[in-house]
Design a protein around this ligand. Structure first.
Ligand code: CA
Length: 394
């Protein structure tokens, strides 16, 4: 049993430690301010940006969350490439047809791919994040535990965008990790690669669709995009396929044909270009031959699943159908609308409290587990079609 005295001592030590860390934080922020001024940012901007006396707790909390398990590829794609994002994207492509055509002409990048990046990064500009970036960066640089120099240099880049009048300070809002605007660029990438595509003299990737789409196209071109070349084609691999695979393991299409690989749509495979073979769920799931342009998309956000989502959304926006080979699962993933409806069903049955927001976090996962247990299903905590259907109202 712990005595009250030991408890009091422990609290005293904790208070002392947090006073010390508050002082450290203030000293660190002062150092950031001085560095920003030295880098050419006006002191009045720096003072307004970094009027912060304590770390942003929300940023610290989310930066320390470790994802509990890898998301299955079919869940990731069901969420990112749902019918809603396809429909919204087609409407947005019509509305901004002139800008997309101009970006395609100037940078050589397929307009469907530009639109797909826009759709995945910010839901076509609707979801850009609302963390005030200077506070997020100061928190991560002064109270975080890793990559301190990285956060510090991103802060400098963000403030320099304000100094050169690309953006107003109060507009610097984005994800907790600093990506922001309609294309979710990091400030250093913004500083280097953003373009003023509407010609008003400022590079505004938050408020200007033209600047955002032109900048995404510029990014992809600089990442090695090859005009007129494909990104990816869906293929079928023979049963028991054990040949080469991997994005970097590139072979001519004729060599893939010799391995018995055929296009899923039945068209001829062709011969010249080099491609790698991706089998994201093994040889029993859909296969994809990916070209140099897939690497350009991969450069945007280093994950093959991400590049696959962009490539597939681009194809859907261009009018092509969903994948022809289904994912090897009897419990496919949910669209955003279905996630929202799943939460409503969990709330209606008393498994979940609060309001449905479509975000499947720890609480929703626990509620799903509880529902699965009560329904006699294996407990997974995963938002899939099985639990979605099992909870359908009668
Ligand atoms: Ca502009």
């Amino acid at each position: 049993m712990s005595s009250p005295r030991i408890l009091a001592l422990a609290i005293g030590t904790f208070a002392l430690a947090s006073t010390a860390s508050a002082q450290n934080f203030a000293v660190c922020v002062t150092g950031l301010k001085q560095a920003a001024v030295r880098s050419g940012v006006h002191a009045s901007i720096v003072d307004r940006a970094l009027a912060i006396t304590a770390p942003d707790e929300k940023v610290l909390r989310v930066s320390q969350v470790q994802p509990e398990f890898d998301i299955p590829i079919w869940d990731y794609l069901a969420y990112l490439v749902d019918e809603q994002r396809v429909g919204d994207g087609r409407a947005m492509m019509q509305r901004h047809a002139g800008v997309l055509q101009a970006a395609e002409r100037r940078y050589g990048v397929d307009r469907h791919v530009i639109a797909a990046v826009w759709g995945v990064e910010s839901d076509y500009g609707r979801d850009q994040g609302d963390h005030f970036l200077p506070h997020a960066f100061a928190t991560l640089a002064c109270a975080g535990t890793s990559r301190v120099n990285f956060w510090r240099s991103e802060l400098m880049a963000a403030l320099q965008l304000v100094q050169r009048r690309d953006l107003a300070l109060e507009k610097l809002r984005g994800s907790w990790a600093g990506a922001f605007g309609q294309t979710q660029f990091m400030p250093s990438v913004y500083r280097r690669l953003a373009v003023d595509f509407d010609g008003d003299g400022r590079r505004d990737l938050i408020g200007s669709v033209a600047d955002a789409l032109g900048s995404a196209a510029n990014y992809l071109r600089r990442a090695g995009w090859q005009p007129g070349q494909p990104v990816m084609i869906e293929v079928k691999v023979p049963a028991g396929y054990a040949g080469p695979r991997g994005r970097r393991n590139r072979l001519p299409l004729a060599a893939w044909a010799r391995y018995g690989i055929v296009r899923a749509d039945g068209k001829p495979l062709g011969a010249g270009a080099l491609a790698g073979l991706l089998l994201p769920a093994g040889a029993a799931g859909p296969g994809f031959l990916v070209f140099r342009n897939f690497d350009a998309v991969y450069a945007y956000n280093h994950a093959e699943s991400y590049a696959l989502a962009i490539a597939h959304l681009a194809d859907r926006l261009a009018g092509y159908p969903p994948f022809r080979t289904p994912w090897p699962t009897d419990d496919p993933g949910l669209s955003r609308a279905e996630r929202l409806e799943l939460q409503r069903r969990l709330i209606a049955r008393g498994f979940l409290t609060g309001e449905a927001d479509g975000k499947i976090g720890a609480q929703s996962q626990a509620a799903i587990k509880e529902a699965e247990r009560r329904l006699g299903m294996p407990e997974s905590g995963r938002a899939g079609q099985k639990i979605f259907r099992a909870l359908a109202g009668r």
